[in-house]
Design a protein around this ligand. Structure first.
Ligand code: FES
Length: 628
């Protein structure tokens, strides 16, 4: 008996599939490699994965009814994550539902320069493999190189060179000889560094001899298909028998693609990559290594390991030199990972004035406080609001996202869009700009209420609320601020900041601010004592510092000049681990000495969090906070 099949066509991507009736659309999209944007991981909560069925019958779900109007449903709009294919369908995916296009990905390492130490991988020249004496070849290699042991495959390889008189180059990884190359190849020694971000992945090809990065590539993490945040990915791994395998395969394939890009750009071969290093949050590192994240998803959020991992790159599916070693950074806690260790190692936190703060604002928010002696670290449940999730007009920093908002001399609102096109939504940096502007104008009060024109002149500043007040509209019965009218957007939908959006941002900001205050408090410090703030992470490096202070995300009571951007410290740490065994050892020490603080177990957290959700009064902002 032949199984019943139905046809699905996905336009404008020109993809087709013959599927069993009852197959979830999401599953088919994944198999066809259609990169859907799923901010809530396909849970039906965000309503942002809208597609349109233009031919065939698609039943409506409760989530469709919650997020789509009657007219939209009648026109065939559905949520991609809820759609089940039961009959032949033709579906159109609009650009905003696709996780493609140019993403604002941080690849810079700021002012940081790699300081070379003893490379964990190096090459040793074997001048002559003389077989005339009775000693074994292995003994001879030992004498020439020092006393490194040879791996089994290196001995087998050595045997192949027994009858040649050629010069050989021994490949030495972590004190073992792992292979040989004919001739003198010492000049060519390359390594790959990876920043394993929850949202983005970055690869940097490093010339180890010169301690210099020579090619960089970045892309969206394909695991976003399974959820925007680490919690939804842990859930995916736990709920499906092959969940972990799918997640591991997706990230590994993406790293192989990035490797291919940088290798091609630099004009070298995969076989010349002898070592790789990566840093990411604890969950991302677990998923890459194929360690099941089950225990990270349940209190007390225990990782499988906090130590660094050293393995053969091929063991996890990386296609590099067959003997390529992979080093994965040690972590500090369940949600404070190798990327934070890399940040402590490379940001300048340990060398500058103290007390100092390292704040890593990416998809997750991690904070480290250093008082010159002690290091305390915590992860905050900031959630993905800064990535645009849970914000009605929010989106990632990709094409079509408004990334900067300001007021011109007449007090009117201006904005800049990534890709210089019609806007689709707002990313995190623009959301912070807007909040700060509306707080300055008195349109949002310190409690986060959109109060409209009730601003007191002394609050609203010289520009007053001016033309901004005309942008207060009523949306679903509540006040909202109109950023861009529907006629000017790519989707025809207005871009709004709703009261609910302000609440979500207050929650995210409050979590980071409360976490910072608790960590400082543990060392007997307050925010005004802070001498330096090192800002790391994808989101952190695109925000306006003064706006971050205005909304309370960063300490308000210090001059803006004390806040320094330090680029992608996760990537920089991984690069450093390729050129310095000492840096690896230092990373291990730091991971052990940093005290991990579980904020959820802190008795003060609840009230500090509630307090931190109130925006700072303008009078509390340091007078030297610049206006840029
Ligand atoms: S509603 Fe479909 S991804 Fe959020």
């Amino acid at each position: 008996m032949t199984e019943e099949r139905v046809q699905l066509a996905i336009q404008p991507l020109d993809k087709t599939a013959s599927v069993t009736p009852g197959t979830p659309f999401l599953e088919i999209a994944r198999q066809l490699g259609v990169p859907l944007n799923l901010p809530c991981g396909g849970e039906g909560h965000c309503g942002k994965c809208r597609i349109r069925v233009v031919h065939g019958t698609a039943p409506t779900t409760q989530a469709d009814l919650r997020h789509l109007s009657r007219e939209e449903i009648a026109e065939g709009h559905r949520l991609a994550c809820q759609l089940v294919v039961t009959s032949p369908l033709v579906v159109i995916i609009p650009p905003e539902a696709l996780a493609t296009g140019h993403h604002q990905i941080l690849t810079s390492r700021g002012e940081l320069r790699l300081r070379k130490g003893t490379p964990p991988f190096y090459k040793h020249l074997i001048t002559r493999l003389d077989t005339s004496e009775a000693r074994s070849l292995v003994d001879r290699i030992h004498r020439q190189t020092g006393a490194q042991p040879l791996t089994f495959s290196a001995i087998a390889e050595l045997a192949r060179y027994a009858h040649t008189e050629h010069t050989l180059t021994a490949l030495v990884a972590e004190k073992s000889i792992v292979g040989f190359e004919p001739g003198d190849t010492r000049e060519r020694n390359f390594g790959l560094a990876f920043d394993l971000g929850t949202t983005t992945l970055v690869a940097s090809l490093v010339d180890v001899n010169a301690a210099t990065p020579i090619a960089v590539a970045a892309r969206l993490n394909p695991q976003t298909q399974f959820g925007d945040d680490v919690i939804s990915r842990i859930q995916f791994a736990c709920e499906r028998p092959d969940g972990l395998q799918q997640l591991q395969h997706a990230v590994c394939q993406a790293l192989n693609d990035l490797a291919q890009t940088v290798i091609r750009d630099a004009g070298i071969s995969r076989n010349e990559i002898y070592q790789a290093a990566c840093a990411g949050n604890t969950t991302m590192q677990h998923l890459l290594c194929g360690f099941h994240p089950f225990s990270l998803g349940r209190y007390p959020f225990t990782p499988v390991t906090l130590g660094s991992v050293s393995c053969q790159a091929r063991d996890i599916g990386l296609e590099l030199h067959p003997e390529c070693h992979l080093y994965v950074f040690p972590a500090i806690g369940g949600f404070v990972g190798g990327d934070t260790v890399a940040g402590v190692l490379t940001s300048g936190l340990l060398e500058g004035e103290t007390p100092a703060l390292l704040v890593d604002l990416g998809t997750n928010g991690e904070i480290v406080v250093y008082d010159g002696q002690n290091l305390h670290a915590a992860a905050t449940a900031a959630g993905p609001a800064f990535e645009g999730a849970k914000i009605s007009s929010g989106m990632r920093a990709t094409q079509g996202a408004i990334e900067h908002v300001w007021r011109d001399e007449g007090g009117e609102l201006r904005y800049r869009v990534i890709g210089n096109q019609r806007p689709t939504g707002m990313c995190g940096s623009a959301l912070l700009d807007l909040l700060a502007i509306l707080l300055d104008a008195g349109i949002i009060d310190p409690q986060g209420r959109l109060t409209g024109c009730n601003a007191r002149p002394e609050i609203a500043g010289s520009l007053g609320c001016g033309p901004l007040c005309e942008r207060i509209v009523v949306h679903e019965g509540r006040p909202a601020f109109l950023v861009v009218p529907g006629e000017e957007t790519s989707s025809g939908q207005p871009i709004l900041l709703t009261q609910q959006d302000v609440r979500q941002l207050q929650l995210a900001i409050g979590a980071i601010r409360a976490g910072t205050e608790i960590l400082l408090g543990r060392l007997g410090l307050s925010a005004s004592d802070v001498q330096a703030v090192y800002l790391a992470g994808g989101f952190g490096n695109y925000i306006r510092r003064r706006h971050a202070q205005r909304v309370g995300l960063l300490p308000s009571a210090i001059p803006t000049a004390r806040i320094r951007f330090c680029g992608n410290t996760s990537l920089f740490g991984a690069e450093l681990a390729l050129v310095s065994a000492e840096a690896r050892r230092h990373a291990e020490e730091l991971a052990r000495m940093v005290q991990h603080v579980d904020l959820s177990a802190d008795p003060d957290f609840r009230w500090k969090f509630a307090e931190a959700m109130i925006f700072p009064e303008q009078s509390l902002i340091h007078p030297e906070a610049d206006r840029a």
